[in-house]
Ligand binder design. Sequence first.
Ligand code: PGA
Length: 250
Amino acid sequence: MKSLVVANWKMNPGTRREAKQLFAATKKAADSSPHVSVVVAPPSIFLRELKSAYSGKKIAFAAQDGRAEPTGAHTGEVSLAQSKDAGAQYAVIGHAERRAAGESDEEIGKRVAAALALKLTPIVCVGESKRDQSGSHFDVVRMQLRAALLSVEPPQLARCIIAYEPVWSIGAERAMNPRDMHEMAIFIRKTTVDFKGEGGMHVKILYGGSIDDTNAADMLKNGDVHGFLVGRASEEARKLEALLRAIEDK
Ligand code: PGA
């Protein structure tokens, strides 16, 4: 099965010209990686132009977030429907940086439902801020999953992707240990089965947080994940090429 790499550019790069350059390099790296599917999540201001100029099939586009309402009095915001219209097929929802900016579990649940209704594939981000010996991270992930999947009908689960991103590993020096990811992947599947039935067994799981060419292969082999949500290693051409090569060589 192909691995999935979601390139979350966050609020980068700074100009349209650089965005086109980064996309060209991403396209080149993706084209020489037959075992990897690539989704690019650019800032929404670059989405339509990158998508319109791209005639290939290898790369799909994602919104980095989006409001559930299609239109309305929400100054400064972009709706999921607008991103869909601009060419997105996926939507990252509930990223830790959006949660930190005040997006609630309830709001995330609405956005997941809206994405599915628009036939966008939601990439639902969950993950605890801190981890200690008490095991409370499992409770946090369980609550986040419950809220995010609240309105998801069991048959829609096949169209959902869960991205587990422990907040302490995002933008950090080291990724999580693959054995711990494996344990979390089992927990996520079991919890999804508890909430939504057997379909939860097959939900696609990504890992995110400090993934690069040095740790990706080990995480794919031992972490029980389908791929990655990647920040920094997707924002520079050289790092993205190295990451895709590492996955390809696995
Ligand atoms: P990072 O970010 O790869 O730079 O740690 C991951 C993310 O926020 O999705």
